[in-house]
Design a protein around this ligand. Structure first.
Ligand SMILES: [Zn+2]
Length: 346
């Protein structure tokens, strides 16, 4: 057998595509260098969404922020990480308790049984246990119905491209269901109240809880020297999702984050931001949303009419800072704001 030189092997390796493959052969992430040794793994669209991951190379290991919606996605990310470093993944941070940020946890201790620490705030660990795990059980019952609906849609669709999309969605949903059924949830192994700091030789990583925001347990992963911050769903490129949020606290927390010195902010969805303009946009958006909801509620306007009134004022004002789905997404945000100002929820 002809020997292939090491240089040739390395050269071939360098030519490997930078995208990792999901179970269906679909690429799951775009891995982008942000500053040396820090990568933004931007999740590509999937029927069952994955969150982004920030990948931070440390002295003798790697820290990854968030683990996506399923173990197979976490494994796809690991393969991607191997294309940029051979160091083991030693730390996984769960930014908050939502399904698309932690359901892949188990893949990490499975790959490195000798020791991966999963880090979260105390509040997030509690929410994963009390709300996340029951949600997985609930989904095992609801996803089969979702698959039936997709199949029914497929049966009555004739257009080729739409059929291909629906068939792909059915396949993805079936694989997701199989993963849910075999999920062995790995809870965070290290928790903290306010801050946890990794003092490495080559870099310092600050993991910070700065107040309630998108949930009660959101943490930020901040690299002061590199001026980089991973923000989970407390700040990202999609419309803010407010269902489990504390809107007034959220404004204060974003202002506290803004006090930090950073140039790159990478959220749980969407792309990397430069500077702090998106923070200011979200703060102003939440502030307008809450003020206008309070005015409407106190003058006896119904929730339905408040949705119409606030959509008319806020969609034109914020459309340029939000994704194209904003005009639809805003409805749930206004309903949430109305429930808060009317005292139905905290
Ligand atoms: Zn979330």
């Amino acid at each position: 057998m002809k020997r292939i030189g090491l240089a040739a092997v390395l050269f071939a390796f360098a030519l490997l595509p930078l995208k990792s493959q999901g179970q269906g052969g679909t690429p799951l992430f775009d891995l982008k260098p942000v500053v040396p040794g820090v990568y933004a793994a931007v999740a590509l669209p999937q029927y069952k969404i994955n969150c982004n991951a920030a990948v931070i190379v440390l002295d003798d290991g790697v820290l990854v922020v968030d683990s996506h919606s399923k173990p197979s996605a976490a494994k796809a990310l690991m393969a991607q990480v191997r294309s940029v470093t051979d160091k083991p993944i030693k730390y996984v941070v769960n930014s908050h308790f939502h399904w698309d940020h932690y359901q892949g946890n188990e893949a990490y201790p499975a790959a490195w049984p000798q020791g991966v620490q999963i880090i979260a705030s105390e509040a997030t660990r509690e929410s994963i246990e009390q709300r996340g795990i029951p949600r997985v059980k609930h989904e095992i019952l609801t996803v089969p119905k979702e698959i039936e609906t997709l199949r029914a849609d497929l049966a009555k669709t004739t257009a080729g491209s739409r059929r291909a999309t629906l068939q792909d969605n059915v396949n993805q949903a079936e694989r997701y269901l199989a993963e849910l059924k075999s999920m062995q949830m790995a809870l965070p192994t290290v928790t903290f109240d306010r801050s946890l700091i990794l003092h490495g030789k080559s870099r310092t990583v600050q993991i910070l809880w700065l107040g309630k925001a998108h949930t009660d347990g959101d943490v930020f992963v901040y690299l002061p020297a590199e001026r980089f911050i991973a923000t989970g769903d407390a700040l990202h490129g999609w419309t803010p999702f407010m269902n489990d949020s504390y809107p007034m606290d959220w404004i204060r927390t974003l202002k506290a984050v803004e006090q930090l010195d950073f140039e790159y902010a990478f959220g749980g969805h969407g792309d990397v931001f430069r500077g702090k303009a998106q923070f200011q946009a979200w703060e102003q958006y939440f502030s307008d949303l809450m003020t206008q909801s309070a005015t409407a509620y106190s003058s006896g306007v119904s929730m339905t009419d408040t949705v119409a009134r606030l959509s008319a004022s806020l969609v034109p004002k914020y459309a340029s800072k939000m994704p194209p789905t904003f005009k639809d997404d805003i409805v749930a945000n206004i309903q949430k704001a109305y429930r808060v100002v009317s005292g139905q929820v905290e």
